[in-house]
Ligand binder design. Sequence first.
Ligand SMILES: Nc1ncnc2c1ncn2[C@@H]1O[C@H](COP(=O)(O)OP(=O)(O)O)[C@@H](O)[C@H]1O
Ligand SMILES: [Mg+2]
Length: 237
Amino acid sequence: MASDALLTVTGLRGGYGGKPVLQGIDLSVNAGDIVAVIGRNGVGKTTLMKTLIGLLSPMAGTIHFGGEDVTRLPADRRAKLGIAYIPQGREVFPRLTVAENLLVGETAGAGRGPVDYQRIYDFFPILKERAKQAAGTLSGGQQQQLAIGRAMIGAPRLMLLDEPSEGIQPSIVQEIARNVKRLNAETGVAVLLVEQNLDLIVSMARSGFVIDKGRIVARLGPEEIASREVVRKHLAL
Ligand SMILES: Nc1ncnc2c1ncn2[C@@H]1O[C@H](COP(=O)(O)OP(=O)(O)O)[C@@H](O)[C@H]1O
Ligand SMILES: [Mg+2]
């Protein structure tokens, strides 16, 4: 284990109703890093994210965050410790306004310092412009900004970002990558990114893990994750 590991996952098994999907996952994320978990549909990426945030209980293995064993902590406790979860499909509340959606994030991150809305609005000016508009009327890219903005409220140390490019126009994908990298640079938040989108992986991640059938089958260093050929090969496994 690296001494500056923020998240360390060891032998993690989990799934649904006693049926294992994750078959013993080992991975770690250092403070301030951007790490990708890449793999095809149905290999267990979302199951991994839900187990890390605490929506699914692991069948075996451990999850350490910031030096603390969080394996058995409920999701809200993990959120308060500084893990933010941006689910696949974003899951903003469509009938609530943009501002109300951010307020929901404030509840989740309560106790992690004063909420700096201005900072979120500086990052995503569209959220200020559309503050009173129902979130369901935003474009996919704007909803992704809202989901990330909502996660920023608790000033997290780690963001779990599940397929942010899904359903987003290709022209907007690079904008998401830029936003997340800027967030990482300015706040130091670490990012564990789950993706299948080649462009997003290559432009964002500094290292990666390849997952297949619930197992980590390869680790990709900085040069490999930056190589379109290497990443394409692993996505096609
Ligand atoms: N709620 C669920 N109940 C039972 N099985 C599920 C559920 N969600 C996903 N699965 C199964 O778990 C496996 C991994 O799914 P998932 O983690 O969503 O994959 P990925 O995110 O990599 O596409 C798949 O076989 C899928 O059918
Ligand atoms: Mg998924």
